[in-house]
Design a protein around this ligand. Structure first.
Ligand SMILES: Nc1ncnc2c1ncn2[C@@H]1O[C@H](COP(=O)(O)OP(=O)(O)OP(=O)(O)O)[C@@H](O)[C@H]1O
Length: 468
């Protein structure tokens, strides 16, 4: 796991399996397309994380799962754009009030997982279930999941959580009411006192490796996989997506003004038809390089680049913190691509945005990304700061991708460049999934899944060659 306090999103062992319909009555085993198959990565505040890989490797799926547009099959997606104290998701109180029963559920899952061998556990996820619940609990309770007095730990953590919620409320009140300062100070004092009591409880725990590991996970992020539908709907203000084809993602019967207003009215930011709303929409349009007199026009009256600007304006309207750009410039002419990329860069600076930038075009990813993640058949195989991926690629797959790009015109090169077919994501090869196409593969690669290892600062790779 990367160690960085500036995370906006932390992804642990993310899996998205799409079930396939049985092809006959005789087929016993249920089959899945393993579109994302155990991804662990952090996205930092203010960065653009570029995601590359051949068609079908699971890039779009990962983007959609992060937004929870598809429910995740396994893993944890923790969001740090707001804290649990600010957002108060219902699961927090449920978990903390019943800490002993959740910890005993965790223990039984861990026990079940330890009894099942990897080959038996193809689809029942015992180890994944245990890992997911462990992370859910450790984010909320840290090392205290190993406390001897779990009821007391749960009670104190719950009180500390309530006190934290009061601190946030009181801080907000202070903005409008100067007399609220005393209430704020009282709330802070109460939370500090509860934290002292929690420290005391921690010092009674056995300070072993398991305790310290869980303790590091104690934070106040929001586990997106545990939110209710309504909680997710509200949180989506923070997390937006821009699609490849703005035409099909924009309702052709709505004007630009209506398209940008729709999410604002839906989230009750403005009254429908109000002057304030119109002024705000014009402000957003101008930020995105759209003239104000376009407000009454329909999507078909625009060029591809302008339509993408409408898509961006719509995503930007709710003042998000994180935007998934899914092949956002791929459908555009090269000259227009750079205008849109520059607009995205500019907005990122001005609006403090963080991007997950998905593209099959390495030159685009290189231009815009601070860090790059390379995906192969549902897994992340390498991630590093952008320049390091190009200067010092460590995974043979990354190297093959880079070597296959002609140096003069690298635009719009589809990443279908390696020899050999991509194996099926339904039945991926055992061990390292890339071994069937890797010229360096040796015995171990066919048997064991390589670990995700940090080989130089911020440079991660999953390859047996690098960990021999
Ligand atoms: N809704 C779905 N139902 C079933 N399978 C799906 C679904 N969405 C994606 N897949 C499968 O999951 C795998 C990953 O697809 P995904 O679209 O995420 O890849 P990608 O890297 O974004 O590629 P592309 O750029 O071609 O879209 C593919 O095998 C795809 O067929």
């Amino acid at each position: 796991m990367e160690n960085n306090k500036d995370m906006l999103i932390s992804i642990n062992n993310l899996k998205k399996y799409f079930p396939l319909k049985k092809s006959s009555f005789l087929q016993k085993e249920k089959l899945y397309v393993k579109a994302n198959d155990g991804i662990t990565i952090n996205i930092h505040r203010g960065e653009t994380f570029g995601l590359v890989g051949e068609s079908g490797c699971g890039k779009s799926t990962m983007g959609r799962v992060l937004l929870q547009l598809y429910p995740q099959t396994q893993g944890n997606t923790v969001y740090y754009g707001r804290t649990i104290y600010e957002y108060k998701p219902a699961y927090v109180a449920k978990f903390l009030k019943n800490l002993p029963s959740h910890v005993s559920k965790l223990k039984s899952l861990q026990e079940k997982a330890s009894k099942i061998t990897e080959t038996e556990d193809v689809h029942n996820f015992a180890a994944d279930d245990a890992d997911r619940v462990y992370h859910q609990l450790a984010h909320l309770a840290g090392g205290l999941i190993y406390s001897k007095d779990l009821s007391k730990a749960g009670q104190l953590l719950y009180e500390e959580y309530q006190a934290g919620c009061k601190v946030v409320e009181a801080a907000a009140n202070m903005e409008t009411d100067s007399a609220a300062k005393a209430a704020y100070e009282q709330a802070v004092e109460k939370q500090e006192e509860l934290r002292r009591q929690l420290d005391k409880l921690r010092s009674d725990c056995e300070q072993n490796e398991a305790f310290l590991k869980a303790e590091k996970l104690w934070d106040h992020g929001i586990d997106l996989g545990l939110l209710s539908k309504e909680e997710l709907r509200i949180l989506r203000q923070d997390i937006q997506i821009i699609f490849q084809d703005p035409y099909s993602s924009l309702n052709p019967r709505l004007t630009v003004g209506q398209l940008i207003s729709e999410p604002l009215v839906g989230h009750k930011k403005f009254k429908k038809g109000s002057q304030e709303l119109e002024d705000y929409v014009i402000e957003i349009m101008e930020k995105c390089g759209l003239d104000r007199y376009f407000i009454h026009r329909y999507p078909h009256q625009f060029s591809g680049g302008q339509r993408q600007r409408i898509g961006i304006a719509r995503a930007l309207a709710l003042n998000p913190k994180f935007i998934v750009c899914d092949e956002a410039v791929s459908a555009l002419d090269v000259s227009i691509q750079s205008q849109i990329l520059n607009l995205l860069q500019d907005l990122k600076q001005k609006e403090n945005l963080t991007y997950l930038f998905i593209s099959h075009d390495l030159s685009v990813v290189k231009y815009i990304s601070d860090r790059i993640g390379v995906m192969y058949l549902g897994n992340m195989v390498e991630s590093a700061p952008s320049e390091r991926i190009f200067e010092n690629p460590l995974h043979p797959y990354t190297e093959a991708l880079l070597n296959a790009i002609p140096t003069t015109d690298v635009h719009n090169k589809e990443l279908q460049i390696l020899e050999g077919d991509i194996p099926s994501p339904v039945n991926p090869p055992k061990g390292c999934k890339f071994h069937t196409r890797c010229k360096f593969a040796f015995d171990k690669c066919k048997e064991c899944t390589p670990d995700w290892v940090e080989v130089e600062p911020n440079h991660f790779v999953a390859c047996h060659l690098r960990t021999k």
